[in-house]
Design a protein around this ligand. Structure first.
Ligand SMILES: *Cc1c(COP(=O)(O)O)cnc(C)c1O
Length: 471
């Protein structure tokens, strides 16, 4: 291979800046998913400073880098206070919600195998609205998923339906607080009470709710965290409403035994004795350091203030959507996530067409395709909004945008599938307007959609595309 000369730093940074400039704006409340902007530049600064300080540290070994043990134990302690754990509660900081969920499943699977032997495949019982991280966990860790239908109107499963799927093979029951698609809280207390006697563990996926619901209010008679007897583990993402940079989440366990079952240790090589608490080997700790710093600067009162702003904006948006002819909010969301569906009127507003109109006006919503559940019922297509503290600052514009966009598409036929689209997306990439793409994905059988999704995403990083070079 030819040697290529190094480039001036300014040039290199200019490339990075130009690529970033093509992204949608990650600050300012215009993207209503993926990013969580507290609207506080001081928090960005302290996070950046913390990341820089910890850039070279390897979290692989907290006995060598004792700073990692300081950070991780303090974050776990903070989370355990907020999520009503007790002295027995322990856990880990992970790289994100997916890893937290997968580790909770790994721990439950290994304890299930220890109790039942490894002859059968254990199961994971979850509502259809549970995050795909659990399907991924089942896929990687060799469990069967038993998905329980939720009520299409409310987005919530009946506790009895969840309990009906629990038996000797159940390694773990998963409930969400709240679920990502519809922002509604599952019947945590009822499910946990139902399985506690059988000793079946229950994981509460509070990846998105864990740093919001504690200050949301109105939940005193609906506990959802470790305060509920029978809840045995919980996940809460620091890189969502903990306002840390991406790469930080916490998973907590009721008992030390569960936490230990998450670890992997081996001496079966001639190198150093390996002990990995999480999925990774070498572990960056920049996001962990930033998460701790942001939590310290905010304190629980700062977090509560940010939640107040988020709740006010959410209430306005829910009222706005309910006042728009042709639209409705799915269920009764608790927390900052809202799903918008077409209502049953003669002039409905198709959520996918709405999303494209809203995008033209400068805001990004997320399309959620319809899905048929195992009982034949259909969860309708929706537009998803994650509201953040900064949403309040663009609220008037967002409200007007939703109203105008709905007016533009009200009564139009819903976006329909286009069978020729698969080929054109593969050759030309995704179009700006996604309504037809989403309608096509919705209509194709899952066995066809999955490879197509993989191909579209893999093509974006294929160096052959558009002649990208390493230089
Ligand atoms: C975000 C999220 C996850 C997964 O988290 P990542 O950080 O994206 O890996 C899991 N569950 C819920 C409810 C979430 O919102």
């Amino acid at each position: 291979m030819n040697r290529s000369p190094g480039r001036p730093v300014a040039d290199v940074l200019a490339d990075l800046a130009s690529w970033r400039a093509a992204d949608p704006p990650t600050h300012g409340g215009r993207i209503l998913s993926y990013v969580y902007d507290p609207g506080r530049p001081d928090l960005d600064d302290v996070a950046a400073e913390a990341v820089r300080m910890f850039l070279p540290v390897n979290g692989l070994d907290p006995t060598t880098f004792t700073s990692v043990a300081e950070l991780e134990s303090r974050i776990v302690a903070f989370a355990r206070d907020v999520l009503h754990g007790d002295d027995g509660t322990v856990g880990s900081v992970t790289s994100g919600g997916t890893e937290s969920c997968m580790l909770a499943v790994k721990s439950a699977r290994d304890l299930w195998r220890a109790a039942h032997g490894a002859t059968e495949r254990p199961t994971l019982v979850l509502p259809t609205t549970a995050h795909p991280a659990f399907h991924k966990a089942a896929h990687y860790l060799d469990l069967d998923v038993l998905a329980v239908p939720v009520a299409p109107r409310t987005g919530v499963p009946a506790a009895a339906d969840v309990l009906a799927r629990v038996d000797d093979r159940t390694a773990l029951v998963v409930v969400s607080a709240p679920s990502y698609p519809f922002g509604v809280i599952d019947p945590v207390r009822e499910v946990a009470a139902g399985v506690e006697r059988a000793g079946v563990p229950v994981h509460v996926d509070a990846c998105i709710g864990g740093w919001v619901l504690p200050w949301w209010g109105g939940l005193d008679d609906r506990p959802w965290d470790l305060a509920v007897p029978g809840v045995t583990s919980i996940s809460a993402d620091l890189h969502k409403f903990g306002f840390a940079p991406k790469g930080a989440s916490v998973v907590l366990y009721r008992s030390r035994e569960q936490h230990r079952a998450q670890y992997f240790a081996t001496t079966a090589w001639p190198g150093y004795p390996v002990v990995n608490p999480t999925m990774l080997g070498s572990r960056g700790v920049g996001a962990m350091a930033a998460a701790w710093a942001v939590l310290q600067v905010l304190g629980t009162s700062g977090l509560a203030e940010l939640v107040d702003a988020t709740r006010r904006a959410t209430a306005t948006l829910v009222a706005t959507v309910e006042g728009i002819a042709g639209l409705r909010v799915v269920g009764d969301p608790t927390g900052p996530l809202v799903a918008i569906a077409a209502d049953g009127s003669t002039d409905p507003v198709d959520p996918f067409l709405l999303i494209d109109e809203v995008r033209r006006r400068g805001f990004l919503l997320q399309a959620q395709p319809a899905m048929q559940q195992s009982d034949g019922s259909v969860l309708t297509r929706t537009a998803h909004l994650t509201i953040t503290p900064v949403t309040e600052r663009v609220l008037d514009e967002l409200v007007a945008t939703l109203v105008d966009a709905a007016t533009a598409v009200r009564g139009l036929p819903p976006a329909a599938p286009d069978p020729s689209l698969a080929a054109s997306v593969l050759s030309d990439g995704l179009p700006d307007d996604l309504a037809v793409v989403m309608a096509t994905l919705e209509a194709l059988p899952a066995e066809m959609v999955r490879p197509l999704l993989v191909e579209v995403l893999a093509a974006t990083v294929d160096p052959a595309r558009e002649g990208r070079s390493g230089r």
